[in-house]
Design a protein around this ligand. Structure first.
Ligand SMILES: NC(=O)c1ccc[n+]([C@@H]2O[C@H](COP(=O)([O-])OP(=O)(O)OC[C@H]3O[C@@H](n4cnc5c(N)ncnc54)[C@H](OP(=O)(O)O)[C@@H]3O)[C@@H](O)[C@H]2O)c1
Length: 253
């Protein structure tokens, strides 16, 4: 095993088809993880897998809709059969729906909660079951948001789902630490990806950027170092149940 403990491990990234998930997959693959790329859009996953393989990494794709319990179970089985038990899980899949609270529909509520919270919970459960059975000192990284630390405008369901994800992270850390599994959460600040592109171009989006300390959004690679740390073996051994903002100070003031 390499010093980082990532080399050779099976790492499943949900929502690897775009944005932060695709970046996390590239970073973990470059560190020697054997990648399971999971999402709904298979064309995007196939292209990313080809790119990673061309760079010498091992990568498979798996169809995953985290809002479906059955889909999660099926994806976990495929990952284990093809590459072996999951050692690293990055719970990254997420959606946001912008609306005033009085206008939120039941459908939007269920979509956001079902994807961001329920999906992440059962994905972590499926991965942890494999880790526990095989005695793996696993690493689970939940991608929450600054919205989990302070509510963002017209993003009530999103903010609620991410806040609950932080308590979920601590519960998992508390229960699974005894199995050698570390569960931590990253709260990214604003990073230019598909999830935020509509908002960023609005007047409110421009005002937001003007209010940020450096007057600019983050970039996906701003999270590389933190992701590698939390997925590592020895360096991360004592980091469990941590909620770490990576937001250029946005949530600090
Ligand atoms: N960008 C930011 O500023 C920011 C800030 C804080 C937190 N985050 C969080 O970072 C994570 C990644 O977001 P992003 O910025 O990279 O946005 P993005 O480009 O829109 O990516 C979202 C990913 O989630 C996947 N996904 C959505 N619903 C899914 C489902 N039901 N099953 C499986 N996968 C699903 C999508 O894949 P498919 O559509 O192919 O399934 C896509 O790959 C999210 O959890 C988001 O809340 C982002």
């Amino acid at each position: 095993m390499s010093a980082s403990g990532i080399m050779g491990r099976v790492a499943l990234v949900t929502g690897a088809s775009s944005g932060l998930g695709a970046r996390f997959a590239r970073v973990l693959a470059a560190a020697g993880a054997r990648m399971v790329l999971a999402a709904r859009r298979q064309d995007r996953l196939t292209a990313l897998a080809a790119e990673l393989r061309a760079d010498g990494a091992e990568a498979i794709t798996v169809s995953l809709d985290v809002s479906s319990y059955e889909s999660i179970q099926a994806a976990a089985v495929v990952a284990e059969k093809q590459l072996g038990p999951i050692g690293i899980l990055v719970n990254n899949a997420g959606v946001s729906r912008q609306a005033r609270i009085e206008d939120v529909t039941e459908e939007e509520y269920d979509e956001v909660m079902g994807t961001n919270l329920k999906g992440a919970f059962f994905m972590a459960q499926a991965a942890a079951r494999q880790m526990i059975v095989h005695g793996i000192d696993g690493r689970i990284v939940n991608i929450a948001s600054v919205a989990g630390l302070k509510p963002l405008g017209q993003l009530s369901t999103y903010s609620m789902s991410k806040a609950a994800m932080l308590q979920m992270t601590k519960s998992m850390a508390r229960e699974w630490g005894r199995h050698g599994i570390n569960t931590n959460a990253i709260c990214p600040g604003y990073i230019a990806t598909e999830i935020s592109e509509g908002f960023i171009e609005t007047e409110a989006g421009r005002r937001l950027i003007a209010s940020l300390p450096r007057r600019r959004l983050g970039e996906a690679n701003d999270l590389d170092g933190l992701m590698l740390l939390l997925c590592s073996g020895e360096p991360a051994r004592f980091i469990n149940g941590a909620v770490i903002a990576a937001d250029d100070g946005f949530s600090a003031f």
